[in-house]
Design a protein. Sequence first.
Lengths: 113, 161
Amino acid sequence: MVVDEVPAEVVDAVFRALADSTRRDILRRCAADQPSVSRLARAYPMSFAAVQKHVAMLERAGLVVKVRRGREQLVHTDAAAVERARQALNDLAATWLGRVERMSDVLATEATK
Amino acid sequence: MTITSVETDYDSLTVTLIADFDHPIDQVWELWSDPRKLERWWGPPGYPATVEKHALTPGGEVTYSMIGPEGDQHRGMWRVTSVDPPTSLQFTDTFADSYGAPLEDAPVSEISIRLLEHDGGTRMVMRMTFETREDMKRIADLGTIEGLRQGVGQMDGLLAP
């Protein structure tokens, strides 16, 4: 997996960044669109500075990139980075689904003995 | 067998899985309490497992090894936190060196299993949590080795209509 090539502290930053519902919402908005920080700030019942802080955390984690356009900073989600983080948790779920299926197989063989 | 739900929660770093089996609770418990049965399902396909120590008592250890397709050996161990047959088992799972001792830097996950009678069969609720996000990431890295990839294929099979 590509995550292997990413330094541990970056991966940690990714999970910290994702562990907040506002930041996850920002990721969704900035995947569909490329809003400016000030337009983003208007979407949440919190201060501009607070939204800016969330965006900065996402940026440090590599989940969003900021693009300067004129006097504005546009925020855009790095879809591949988000996908890698989700994949990590999904892989674990898949491991357990595999185990449960094999448990079921063992139970089935026991029954026919 | 039916998978009732699988949930992954980023906030609490938890995977929760609920599965319903048609079999009585004692038989489902034996999948955990009988080392010969446990080794038939714990490892991914292509990684046959051998359970060595198997002490399902508080503070007890369960050690296992898995041989991969390239002859690569993977060892792990549980430390049992609490056990109440046939309804609950809690343990930490981590990787071990070739002597079966826990690796110092290895990620640790906490696993809690509950079994209850349900609809004439048995419901199993599995919760897996991580101490840190770094632990989760390291386990997930291992989850991408060839053998575990097949788990994803199995999931597709299970969820297919």
